[in-house]
Design a protein around this ligand. Structure first.
Ligand code: PLP
Length: 405
């Protein structure tokens, strides 16, 4: 019998956040160790539960949600999303411009499948949320990373973005607020992206899933509000601000000149129809989520749990010798730097494995986010202050030994 081999299309596809290191941590847990998990952006394990009204509403709709829905999503959800964007000044987004999916993840791969030809280049931030790089690669595209600058609040280096545009570039991915850096981009940065897209005829993929997780009075600007003449796809959903990543509900909004988008829209409708529809009970949560009380603000304001955890984590990490991080302005991550002179790390993956085995704490290595050097790790701020304090204590013990090696 011929062995069943994987497709060559997977040759350069990586998603290390759920790879062998997580498997090693699970094995250690099975052996009875308690691992402090500072690695995944999943709200549920940390007692950050979905608002009760949303869960109740989903249960209420469960019986009536047994059938397939329209491939683009149920009407009430798409109407609610359209109304939500209209309150934000995005008057152009109608029900027909919206596609609901099983989380933003599914819509990323669907939109890329509908859009990319083999060899098309897509500009993606470094560091990135690695699903973008993996999905571009899987759909035959070529990811090209533009650098974000740690010494400038992790905002993108716009000269680098411009320098990396070639005749093969088709799109720019902008993740704002950003995973893994916690950056929130100001208007002048977003305007430069729009200008580059306009001048080079590029599509903007705006991943705005953290749009409501903002600290210190920061505001989020929807890129789609900045130009009617540029083709844009805006992604968002319920996984983060509404704490329901497991229910799987996200959406993408198409904006830009209708005639220029017509062919792509048809292709996306076809791709959407191939997977019939997204999880229908979760679609029923969308209207209640967007229309109801926005409890995320209670968590991100001063005194709120996420705000407190962000402060505690960044203050403690910054107090360690040779360790620094830019406090997150949004989202729920810190991208932490280890001074390479003090900690000469050759493999950051091995560093994370050693930290796990030695101190039973799990973080994610920076190169998994396509950061080019081995001197960063991502620290998730979702665990309680007590766990954050314990995690930083363990990191500090580990680094003290590591430094002397
Ligand atoms: N985009 C970013 C930047 C993310 O961080 C994540 C999840 O962590 C996603 C998209 C995927 O979200 P979803 O749960 O909607 O698939």
């Amino acid at each position: 019998m011929r062995p069943m081999q994987h497709s060559s299309k997977l040759a350069n596809v990586r998603y290390e956040l759920r790879g062998p290191i997580l498997a090693a941590a699970k094995k250690m847990e099975a052996e009875g160790h308690r691992i402090l998990r500072m690695n995944l952006g999943d709200t549920a394990p940390f007692g950050l539960e979905a608002p009760e009204s949303i869960v109740t509403d989903m249960i209420h709709h469960l019986r009536g949600a047994q059938g397939y829905s329209d491939s683009k999503g149920i009407f009430s959800a798409r109407t609610a999303i359209s109304q939500y964007y209209q309150t934000k000044g995005l008057m152009q987004i109608g029900v027909e411009d919206l596609f609901v999916g099983n989380g933003v993840s599914e819509l990323i791969s669907m939109t890329l499948q509908a859009f990319l030809e083999n060899g098309d280049e897509v500009l993606i931030p470094a560091p990135d949320y690695p699903l973008w790089t993996a999905s571009v690669t899987l759909t035959g595209g070529v990811p090209v990373h533009y650098m974000c600058q740690e010494d400038n609040e992790w905002w993108p280096d716009m000269a680098d973005v411009a320098a990396k545009i070639t005749p093969a570039t088709r799109a720019i991915v902008v993740i704002n607020p950003n995973n893994p850096t916690g950056a929130v981009y100001p208007r002048h940065i977003l305007e430069q992206f729009v200008e580059l897209a306009r001048n080079h005829d590029l599509v903007i993929f705006a991943d705005e899933i953290y749009e409501k997780i903002l600290y210190d009075g920061r505001t989020h600007i929807h890129m789609a509000s900045m130009a009617d003449d540029v083709c844009m796809l805006t992604f968002s959903g319920l996984s983060k601000a509404y704490r329901m990543p497991g229910y799987r509900a996200g959406w993408v909004a198409l904006t830009g000149p209708r005639s220029a988008m017509a062919d792509f829209r048809e292709a996306l409708e076809l791709i959407a129809s191939l997977r019939l529809c997204s999880n229908v009970p979760a679609q029923h949560a969308i209207q209640t989520s967007l229309g109801g009380y926005q409890s995320i603000n209670d968590l991100t304001k001063p005194g709120g749990r996420l705000h407190e955890q962000r402060d505690r984590a960044s203050n403690l990490l910054n107090s360690l010798p040779g360790v620094s991080c830019v406090p997150a302005a949004g989202a729920m991550y810190l991208f932490v730097k280890l001074d390479p002179l003090m900690y000469p790390i050759t493999s950051d993956e091995q560093f994370v494995i050693d930290l796990l085995q030695d101190q039973k704490i799990l973080v994610s290595h920076g190169t998994a986010f396509h950061w080019p050097t081995t001197d960063h790790f991502r620290f998730v701020i979702l665990p309680s202050v007590d766990d954050i304090e314990e995690a930083v204590r363990r990191i500090s013990v580990f680094l003290a030994v590591y430094r002397r090696k």
